[in-house]
Structure formats: structure tokens, C-alpha cells
Design a protein around this ligand. Sequence first.
Ligand code: NDP
Length: 296
Amino acid sequence: MTSLYAVFGNPIAHSLSPRIHRAFAEQTGVDLRYEARLAPLDGFAAALGQFIAEGGQGANVTLPFKETAFRLCDTLSPRARRAKAVNTLGLDRGGIAGDNTDGAGLVRDIEANLAYPLAGRRILLLGAGGAARGVLLSLLEGRPACLHLANRSPAKAEALAAEFAPAAPLPLLGGGFEALAGQSFDLVINATSASLGGEALPLPAGLFAPGALAYDMMYGKGETPFLAQARQAGAARCADGLGMLVEQAAEAFLIWRGIRPATAPLLAELRAELRAELRAELRAELRAGPSPAAQP
Ligand code: NDP
């Protein structure tokens, strides 16, 4: 019998999750239907209830419902309890089981796909919102030398560091961007949404240690604003969050179906498609010529 899965969000139309999970299902021979469902901003619980009544067996949850979903769960994995947010729901065992696969997805992308082990590294995590909170435990489990949180609103980074510090077997500090002056890091992860608005972050000179990796959780057709800024500031390697997206989905698929799908072929395919879309857009712009406003 075909199993039913879905991703809930608002907006949701551009989600790659249906594409990713259908590819995993084809690869592993699992018979499933995976849909994108738009939930009203004040109607996630009702939309999920309807989905459960239809026989939905599992769901992913994205912005802005991860915290609401957390509150609806009957049981929680330890990592979801720490994150206070869920992105994966199991619905087939008589209750709502919540998990959070974002941290595992991020770490797997960095350590396995990018071959950059976390152990012993000096890590800087930029941002103190849901995404930062969701990956913090997984980063700490990678046993870095230290983990520093920096946020536009320093008090939020300080509070997040204080919350996780008792469980951290390493220095964990939080503050504002100005506290970064004079420090350098091996891995700088952008978990802010500044790239969405094309805004540069106030990063001091010398932030990237020799050989440093800059990682932006955001991804797109071309280089993200944060990665452009990091490259210019001397980051040796740059990576966006497409790999994290695919890896967190693989972790969810493993929870639901007990099989971990291979991710490399799909990741390469999605990357090639994004690049092709960017090239097509650039060609169209060139054909259109300069915009009237730019003409003398
Ligand atoms: P939240 O809204 O919870 O948090 C936003 C964070 O960004 C806050 O720390 C906020 O700071 C900071 N911020 C926003 N604008 C600016 C700015 N102009 N300058 C500096 N800091 C800014 O969002 P999330 O944490 O849920 O998401 C963050 C990013 O991570 C998004 O781009 C999202 O797409 C991405 N993401 C990617 C995933 C993947 O699989 N690749 C998975 C999950 C998230 P303040 O506290 O001061 O407001």
C-alpha cells in the first residue's frame, strides 16, 4: 500500500523536499506519496490533524511551524527536546513522535560530504534563531575545541550559550559581533537569515583562520551574499546549505523507513540544475540588454 508523507510550511511552493523524498523512494524501492502542504499561519494543528485523519505516516515541518509542531508532539527525541523545535514527525505509532534532523544533516554534510571533521576545530556559529538552536547539540557532539555564538541581538546568543553550556564539554560562549574582533575560527557557519535580504554581516578582519571553511545554511542558484563576503575575507573553502537540506531529509527518511538513502547522486543533480537555472537567467538578462533605468 502506498504510504503518505508531506512537508508543511508557509510558504511551501518552492520546497525541494517532495523532489528529494520521491528520489529517495525511487532509489530504495519504497512505495510512497510525498506532498507539499501549505498550512495557514494560524492553522498548522488543524492541517496536521487532517493529514493524520487521511492516514499520513510521517511529515516534515519547515518555517514557521517547527516550534508549534514541537508543542504538539506526544514523544520527543533527545535532540528535539534540546532544540525545542522539530522538523520530522512520525505519525504511524499511535501518537505524534517529534525529531529534529537539522543538526545531523549539517554535521553529515560538513564531515562526510565536505570531508571537514569537526573535532578540535574552533567553530563560530552566527545567529541565535531556530536554525542555530537546532544544530547546536550536533555541533557540540562533534567535539570541537570551542564553540562561539555571535548574534545581532547579543543577549539571545548569551542566553543560548548559557542554556547549552552545562552539557558542553568545551568552552561555549555567546555574544555580539563586536566581541569577535581579534579572534579567528576554522569553521564559520552562517545560521542567520541575513543572506535572504542580501545584507552583509559585520564580520571583523582576520576572522577566517588559514584553511577555514565558511558554511552558509542558506543556498541558492549562485553564491550567497555570506559566502561572497567570506571568500573576500579570506575563507579558504565555501559551501552552501544545499547539502544540509539533502542530508536532513536522508536522516528523516531513515527514521521513517529504516533505510539511509545515498545522497551524493541527488545532491550532484540538484546542484547541476541550480547552476543551469542561473546560467539560463544570466543568458536571458544578456539577451534583454541593459534595463531602461540603466541607460544614459
Ligand atoms: P530565525 O528567524 O529563527 O532567526 C534568524 C536569525 O538571523 C536571528 O539570529 C537574527 O538575529 C538573525 N538575523 C536576521 N537578519 C539579520 C541581519 N540583517 N543581520 C544579522 N543577523 C540577522 O530563522 P532560522 O534560524 O529558522 O533560519 C536561519 C537561516 O537558516 C535561514 O536562512 C534558513 O533558510 C536557513 N536554514 C537552512 C536549512 C537547510 O536545511 N539548509 C535548515 C534550517 C534553516 P536577531 O536575533 O538579532 O533577530
